[in-house]
Design a protein around this ligand. Structure first.
Ligand code: SF4
Length: 255
């Protein structure tokens, strides 16, 4: 059956909970949440747990995460009583074949993200019609025009971004109002938290994602692409860059 590539004609003015309620009502088909259990993830996880606690929550353990993230994931999942948490990991055989020493990220970070994230998530999303992401516009230029609902043209999957227009103050206020635990690395200057070898703290005034792949052109995970290419820093200032072409089935996934 051909993939649905039609635009999603849904109200853009609903608040985050309204967007989530609609997404989880069944009206959009089978929807999962994908969470990194990162710096601000607990807010959206809390909303999902309140609205539809049986929602499948997918967590990609790349086997390169900070121990703090793994501990935080366990703490939050228990606190929110997530009943369908799906912890997914890279295929051991593929890891052995392509990154036996765990150093692929040094030479080929796109290939590493593909191996440890994109392929894994692609498999986990089989059977779903869409997924909820925690992306927000304030997180950087690559996300500045984010809408609450998107349809990935390559895969036909719906991406739901309930917090697209939330800023950091609003997120912190929600977390504090609901007494939700912060990620332990936030207090150490991490504002966006991915794999340990590719994440560093950010200074005041820096883009919140400046600590991801610092010093490289790469600014988005391999599962977050645009027009079929991994987004590069220069793509956002109008300069020509070829990017990295991905196989069709891997395009359009989100970090
Ligand atoms: S963030 Fe770094 S370590 Fe993690 S999958 Fe991507 S390149 Fe590999």
């Amino acid at each position: 059956m051909p993939r649905d590539t039609s635009p999603i004609n849904l109200p853009r003015k609903a608040d985050a909970q309204g967007v989530l309620r609609h997404a989880l009502s069944g009206a959009l088909g089978r929807i999962a949440m994908v969470s990194s259990f990162g710096a601000e993830s607990v807010v959206l996880l809390h909303m999902v747990a309140q609205i539809a606690p049986a929602t499948p929550v997918i967590f990609i353990d790349t086997l390169m995460l900070f121990p703090e993230t793994l501990a935080y994931q366990r703490e939050v999942a228990e606190r929110l009583q997530l009943s369908d948490l799906r912890i997914i990991q890279p295929d051991p055989e593929a890891l052995f074949a392509k990154d036996p020493d765990g150093i692929l990220h040094l030479a080929e970070p796109d290939a590493c993200c593909d191996l440890r994230k994109t392929q894994v998530l692609d498999k986990a999303l089989t059977g779903f019609d869409g997924w909820i992401t925690g992306r927000k516009r304030f997180q950087g230029a690559s996300r500045a025009t984010l809408e609450p609902y998107e349809r990935d043209a390559a895969t036909g999957l719906i991406k739901v971004n309930p917090l697209a227009d939330w800023d950091i103050a609003r997120i912190r206020a929600y977390r504090e109002a609901h007494d939700l635990p912060p990620h332990p690395l936030v207090a150490k200057g991490f504002q966006s938290i991915g794999c340990a070898p590719c994440t560093s703290p950010v200074a005041a005034g820096e883009d919140p994602r400046a600590g991801r792949w610092r010093g490289q052109e790469k600014i988005e995970c391999g599962i977050h692409v645009q027009d079929g290419r991994v987004i590069r820093g220069k793509d956002l200032v109008g300069q020509e860059l070829p990017g990295t072409e991905l196989p069709t089935k891997l395009r359009g996934k989100v970090a």
